[in-house]
Ligand binder design. Structure first.
Ligand code: SME
Length: 161
């Protein structure tokens, strides 16, 4: 396992490109899903300097907080509620440029201004977790984040398989 994350490049795309293989290497040989996801979230926080990055896992009819990095967060979210609950329901990534414009947004932190949430699907095509990334800046996420965070979600899906 790699012992530290070393980022090269200055653009967002270059940072993700240099981070991805390191994130994959972090998980090699480790079969425990939660241990792997904990390290993936730490690598994303360290590498991309996100305000908050974490996971919620489907447990019954709620999402329950999983490994994350950043300020303390809400522990439970009902299906369809907030951005995370909507992603679970729709099985689609949602990018929110301004959280105040998203009806029902759940403000775990008043500092959060924009966010992107991605679903992770199991072998049956059901959502088993979501990855949530928050920024304290408005309009902080774009198509580049969507493309590379979907690669992270695909890695989490593979680790769960
Ligand atoms: N804002 C999310 C809740 C989770 S926190 O941001 C960590 C939502 O509306 O689902």
């Amino acid at each position: 396992m790699a012992e530290s994350i070393i980022l090269s490049g200055t653009s967002k795309k270059e940072k993700y490109e240099s981070l991805l293989p390191q994130v994959q290497a972090l998980c090699e040989g480790e079969p425990d899903l939660i241990a792997n996801i904990a390290n993936i979230m730490a690598a994303l926080k360290q590498g991309m300097n996100f305000y908050w990055v974490g996971t919620y896992f489907v447990k019954g009819n709620e999402l329950v907080l999983g490994p994350f990095q950043g300020p303390v967060a809400c522990t439970r979210i009902a299906k369809g509620k907030g951005v995370c609950g909507a992603v679970w329901e729709k099985k689609q990534t949602i990018l929110v440029p301004d959280v105040d414009q998203f009806p029902g947004h759940i403000a775990c932190s008043s500092a959060s201004r924009s966010e992107i949430v991605l679903p992770c699907l199991d072998k049956k095509g059901e959502v088993f977790a979501v990855i949530d990334v928050d920024s304290d800046q408005l309009n902080d996420f774009d198509e580049t984040d969507k493309i590379y965070l979907q690669k992270i979600a695909a890695l989490v899906e593979k680790l769960n398989a």
